[in-house]
Design a protein around this ligand. Structure first.
Ligand code: AMP
Ligand code: ZN
Length: 479
């Protein structure tokens, strides 16, 4: 079995992924905070995640994929200083926190469906796993990793000797980074200690979402949910954990600390992080309000899968600057691709291509191996796409094998090429084609051209090939 090699943020090396158990890969992805619209930045991250998952599946692994929905407890900065994002979103959109969470959760799933991202096998909401979080905090408390102030229960980062191992930041560096910020809880021992549980008091006295706990009424801090749900659904040590690059220094560092402190075992074997989508050189983000949603893309007449193809043209570890002009160029390539697939489907359905030769089989095998090898080497989608285009452009390949391979590779690319249908060649259309061919045979080109125009008017493009006449629909779109 070919193995996937990927950059592990923890070891800072490209490593071969192999599962802990049989051929089963456990994958946890940090999900969206549902207080505002899902934007193209999120889409890029989740498309990269989808490519990782689909590549693993192609290689023969069974991927058990869990993703959380953060519907409580994420403050407006990654540390514990800001306001609650959900409460802020509720105010902005004039909804209750519960309505905001539901509305934007639905918007997230609507968005990922448009760009053909496979849904995770397990989707879990933070608000439905409060008990698991409380149990984990209790465990940390028993082991002496926590302390309480009048405002919250904190994780004491100095008690966890490996703190900082993911980002490589020392405690001193962390301290100076946090010192810049206003610390709202004077009882906190170290400014970078993070909240496991906020009490419904002080600035959170009127917090709408709250639950009883051994530390009083309140709500969980953001980081604890991912540890609690990852362990609940996938076990104490999982194979892969993913997220955007912003999660490295705080969120994932904290997830490691609280999980490993509780279990004494490694929390995650491979940490994978996706680079940002930028707009005018700045991170696309809800807080900067410099974002576009999938509806902005649709309103401008783009096909959502052209956006998917566009994002695949960049490597997941490199930042990607979004412009509509560049998207337009990719959309043209996407249309070319759809046309080629439609043509191959027409040939295989209605014309009689030769049987594949041994050379065809060998060439196809080589293409497949090359493309999978490139993808398996740190998910190099731009290089894989370049090779995919070579395959598309090679006119001499046997059409049946070529189409089969394109559709097989599309199980990873996810461009819904399978759903492209060839023109329905009715008896009337067949008659017109035969008539036109006969006029051409008799060198009556004016009459042949008239038929071509007639077909054009009916919405068909006519293409003459060695195998015969091909009709293409001018409005091909995947379903
Ligand atoms: P959030 O809803 O902000 O918690 O983000 C959900 C996921 O999208 C996280 O993994 C973020 O790192 C990621 N994300 C947010 N903004 C961007 C961006 N501009 N580019 C790429 N990923 C992003
Ligand atoms: Zn997370």
């Amino acid at each position: 079995m070919q193995r996937l090699k990927i950059y592990n943020t923890l070891s800072r090396k490209i490593e071969e992924i192999y599962p802990l158990t049989d051929n089963r890969i456990t994958l946890y992805s940090c999900g969206p905070t549902v207080y505002d619209y899902t934007h193209l930045g999120h889409i890029r991250t989740y498309i990269n995640n989808d490519i990782l998952k689909r590549t693993l599946e192609y290689l023969g692994y069974k991927v058990i994929h869990t993703m959380n929905i953060t519907d409580v407890g994420h403050l407006t900065d990654d540390a514990d200083f800001g306001e609650d994002k959900l409460e802020k979103g509720a105010e902005k959109h004039n909804k209750t926190v519960w309505e905001v969470a539901e509305y934007f959760t639905n918007y997230f799933f609507y968005t990922i469906k448009q760009v053909n991202i496979k849904q995770p096998s397990i989707i879990c909401k933070a608000t439905e796993h409060i008990n698991q979080m409380i149990d984990l905090i209790k465990k940390l408390e028993e082991k002496g990793y926590t302390y309480q102030t009048s405002q919250a229960v904190y994780f004491d980062i100095r008690k966890f000797k490996d703190y900082g191992k993911l980002s490589g930041q020392s405690l001193e560096e962390k301290l100076s980074a946090v010192r810049e910020e206003v610390v709202l809880d004077p009882e906190k021992k170290h400014p970078a200690d993070f909240a496991l549980w906020f009490k419904r008091t002080g600035r959170f006295a009127n917090h709408t979402m709250h639950w009883p706990s051994p530390w009083g009424d309140g709500f969980p801090g953001w980081h604890i949910e991912c540890s609690a749900m990852s362990m609940h659904y996938l076990g104490e040590t999982i194979d892969i954990h993913t997220g955007g690059e912003d999660h490295i220094p705080v969120h994932h560092e904290n997830e490691i600390a609280q999980s490993e402190a509780a279990t004494g075992k490694p929390f995650v074997r491979f940490w994978v992080h996706y680079a940002f989508l930028l707009v005018n050189g700045e991170k696309m983000s809800k807080s900067k309000q410099n974002f576009y949603t999938i509806d902005d893309i649709l309103k401008q007449g783009f096909h959502p899968l052209a956006l998917r193809l566009h994002f695949l043209s960049g490597h997941y570890r490199q930042q990607f600057n979004f412009t509509f002009k560049a998207l337009k160029a990719t959309e043209n390539s996407y249309k070319t691709l759809l046309r080629k697939v439609e043509e191959l489907k027409f040939i295989n359905t209605y014309l009689k291509p030769d049987n594949p030769s041994k050379k065809d089989y060998n060439l196809i095998k080589k293409f497949e191996q090359n493309i999978i090898e490139v993808l398996s080497n740190d998910l190099n989608t731009p290089k894989a796409l370049a090779k995919f285009w070579n395959l598309i452009d090679l006119e001499t390949l046997n059409p049946r094998l070529k189409l089969e391979l394109i559709l097989r590779l599309d199980q990873i690319l996810g461009l819904r090429l399978e759903s492209i249908k060839p023109v329905n060649l009715t008896e009337d259309l067949k008659k017109l084609i035969i008539e036109r061919e006969s006029f051409k045979g008799k060198k009556q080109f004016d009459k042949a051209d008239n038929i071509r125009e007639m077909l054009n008017d009916k919405g068909f493009e006519v293409k003459d090939t060695k195998l015969g006449t091909i009709l293409l629909s001018k409005t091909t779109q995947p379903n």
